[in-house]
Design a protein around this ligand. Structure first.
Ligand code: NAD
Length: 419
């Protein structure tokens, strides 16, 4: 079994890497089979048989619980740790006690601090916006901090009372409107956590020759957490990436010292030199702007909760969850898990009608991450052809005039044929 390794910050990928995969519950069975079929064909074609993925099934979720009485066996975590890169289908969230969410457990265990969601439109797919071809965004959502850290206490518990007591008596806080009946949550946002996320986003923009990084935040209200995120982002760009970025702060400084023409001239020069322009936007304005002028944005760096909302809105703008890919990545250790962004879709499980594209596009991102770009590109091109010709699963086909509705396996077979 060949392992992907990381050496001096770069992935070293053998020709026959072992990739652990979680099949997933519900529709996971169908989308995993369809995805592996397409990926195997694309890799075989692109490298004339000299490269091949060795898939290693590991258990999690309901399938795992039924077989081992454990929702997330240690062997599964060990496999993702050992082989660095893996992929997963959707998992049933255990009800009551124990693990809150298997996805969160995997992210925490491997410290997968980036949730990466690229958002693009495929010609032919129905969109609620007028010019979906203008959408080409790459969301870097911080995955380990923020209000999502799960530090909260329910109103009336001894912990909530103790917390309120510390606020009132030790911190002099008088602003809690209803202290007796308040629940509390803590929102940790660190300089280290913010900078490693924004660093990954800047490096991604540079590597993929993308023009702009926008830091999306609510720093106008939450000045030290969301505002800190913004400030640390600018600081990082202006120090560690001084040669490859130009920031809006720098633009404003030139403008007030030398005038708007000088600032615009410097901005044009920076753009012509291929520098990434770094600016920021308040989250609510950003959500509006993405609908009005989606072409204004390219790479987006944001905190956990904002990232959750933004990911779903942008996914909806280009066709919804059936076609939205995602990955959770630690760029320092190399660990990455690519995943379907939708759930187990129990209402359609077993009917061979689920759209496999969320997992398939996530697997395509995985090939890109591994540096197998030729195979990845061939899948993207094949999907472009499928949608242009109106060949899609029910969730998309029902909105496309003159389309043909394909089953999950027919869809995969036609993509394989196109490859
Ligand atoms: P869901 O995403 O499974 O389904 C929502 C709706 O979208 C359903 O009508 C479903 O049929 C449809 N849908 C989803 N994916 C589709 C696809 N690829 N093609 C066509 N239609 C698709 O969300 P839910 O119903 O809220 O959750 C069901 C289960 O999945 C729950 O146990 C939940 O906890 C779990 N879940 C897991 C993940 C994950 O593992 N990443 C994410 C979300 C939900």
């Amino acid at each position: 079994m060949s392992k992907i390794k990381i050496e001096e910050g770069r992935l070293v990928v053998p020709n026959n890497p072992t990739i652990p995969f979680i099949e997933g519950d519900g529709v996971g069975v169908e989308i995993t089979a369809a995805t592996q079929k397409v990926i195997n064909k694309a890799v075989d074609n692109a490298y004339k048989g000299s490269r091949k993925i060795e898939w290693l099934e590991v258990l999690a979720g309901e399938k795992s619980f039924n077989a081992t009485q454990s929702w997330l066996p240690n062997e599964t975590l060990d496999a993702f740790k050992e082989y660095l890169v893996g992929i997963k289908g959707p998992l049933t969230t255990p009800v009551g006690g124990g693990i809150r969410s298997l996805n969160v457990a995997l992210r925490q265990e491997l410290d997968l601090y980036v949730c990466l969601r690229p958002v693009r439109w495929f010609r032919g797919v129905e969109s609620p916006i007028k010019e979906p071809q203008k959408v080409d965004m790459h969301i870097f959502r911080e995955n380990t901090e923020d209000i999502y850290a799960g530090i909260e206490w329910y109103a009336g518990t001894p912990e909530a009372k103790k917390f309120m007591d510390i606020l009132a008596n030790q911190m002099g806080v008088t602003k809690v409107r209803f202290p007796e009946t308040s629940s509390f949550g803590v929102k940790p946002v660190s300089e280290e956590g913010s900078k490693r996320l924004i660093k990954a986003a800047i490096e991604y923009a540079i590597e993929n020759k993308l023009p702009k990084l926008t830091i999306v935040h609510k720093g106008n209200i939450m000045k030290f957490t969301e505002g800190g995120f913004k400030n640390w982002g600018y600081e990082l760009a202006e120090t560690e990436f001084a040669d490859s970025t130009f920031t809006r702060n720098q633009y404003e400084a030139i403008k007030s010292a030398e005038g708007v023409d000088a600032a615009n001239a410097t901005l044009s020069r920076a753009k012509s030199e291929g520098k990434v322009y770094v600016d920021d936007c308040i989250a609510d304005a950003f959500l509006q702007n993405t609908l009005l002028t989606p072409e204004s944005y390219s790479v987006i760096a944001t905190l956990n909760l904002n990232g959750d909302y933004i990911s779903d809105q942008l996914a909806a703008m280009v066709g919804g969850i059936g076609i939205a890919p995602g990955a959770n990545i630690n760029y320092m250790s190399g660990h990455a898990i690519f995943e379907a962004t939708h759930g187990t879709a129990p209402d359609i499980a077993g009917e061979n009608c689920v759209n496999p594209c969320s997992l398939l596009l996530s697997a395509t991102m995985m090939l890109e991450y591994m540096g197998w770009k030729e195979a990845a590109n061939s899948i993207t091109v094949a999907l472009e052809r499928m949608f242009e010709r109106g060949r899609a699963t029910h969730d998309l086909a029902r909105f496309i005039d003159g389309s043909t509705t394909l089953t999950t396996s027919q869809f995969a077979d036609e993509v394989v044929e196109l490859l």
